[in-house]
Design a protein. Sequence first.
Length: 461
Amino acid sequence: MLLTISTTYQPATDLGFLLHKHPDRFQTINLSIGQAHAFYPESSPERTTVALLLDMDPIDMVRNGRSDGNQGFSLGQYVNDRPYVGSSFLSVALAKAFSTALNGTCHKRPELVDQPLPLKATLSVVSAPAGGEALLRKWFEPLGYTMDITPHALDATHPEWGMSSYYTVTMDGVVTLQALLAHLYVLIPALDRDKHYYVSEGEVAKLLAKGDGWLEQHPAREEITRRYLLGFRSLTKQVWSEWEGAEEAADVARKEKAAAPSLHDRRLQAVLSALLASGAESVLDLGCGEGKLLRLLLKERQFRRIEGMDVSYGELTKAMDRLHYEDLPPRQRERLKLWQGALTYRDERMHGFDAAAVVEVIEHLDENRLQAFERVVFGSARPATVVLTTPNADYNALFEKMEADTMRHTDHRFEWSREEFRAWTERITSEYAYQVSIEPIGPIDDTYGSPSQMAIFTHAD
Ligand code: SAH
């Protein structure tokens, strides 16, 4: 039985770091019923493949009482499909050979753990009785894989015997390596009916752990659980009731979130609406941070060109990760660009946009740098629309945990009252020939206004 996993993620040799297996080394892992060998048939920056070869000994299986319940001698104990098909033994081998990756740890490249990668896994062969190809599709396709399934005849020299329940399966998708391994860990033994593991409560815990984050949402989750747990109803029910409890909790959280979106969500929505209403087709997000606004902009087709700029390389890297920049389809990637720059220096790259967003950024600038910012954005880049937000210091009186004369974030250099903000925006309009309208963001208090404030600057030239 052979499993191969390939990636074309660049550099593809990162697969070795993720698997905690050096591409030049051949490793043998001892299992109770034979061995598994892990090695790399190919390893280059363009494409790397790891193989896990299960080398099982049917004699060992008999000795260890791992063959089927038949205690007396039978040929079936010695001649069976176990060495050749992916089964629960594959899960055991995966858990032993690739334990760090399956647990989602990677000390050398921690950022890769949550990164969906283009991965292709081939299994030769799996057994899928009671369901066959349709079952394979039903289980793997909802997880985002494109499946290539080759059925095998029972005997190529006797086509009249018909087809077997064995398949060579290739699954192709953009998923994290941990997810791929977890999918195989759970689904392969569930496919196989001729199971050889002792099903106990321990299996419930394993199923819940390895199924975490995907199995619960899977449309065939009940069938998968039932088959994984060999139809033991009490155990299957244990899993289902875990999910129900989790669902209730998630439901409450969802409802709470829907009822009260965070202030930042509301702010981003307000900025998005203003940008859409401006008719802009190109938008520059100045001080884009980890790219929350960029993500919303990408979903709107109106924006044909979207760029994010930030002074912090760390924030830009986070933004690339969060937007899965490397894995975006080419057309999406063409729309989006991220670059490092500073708001206080004139920069040609800021020119030529219909609109700019400056969300919760100016309060991070030293007050004496603010004039440089004004010249760069309103004087030099001069987009037709600038949408800018900043906290409203008046509202701080309502934050019970805040002491008087402090600011919301230690990194804020100033926070303006509504009056100070209005005065500043008016100076901008007269110095740089813009018009402005100011809108509150968040719940409005009669005395102190709203927690955040937004100015929409426009010019007609
Ligand atoms: N707009 C984002 C991030 C706000 S936090 C959001 O709303 O989620 C402020 C951001 O401004 C940080 O990412 C910080 O790195 C960036 N920033 C601060 N000073 C800057 C400067 N001089 N030039 C460019 N970006 C700056």
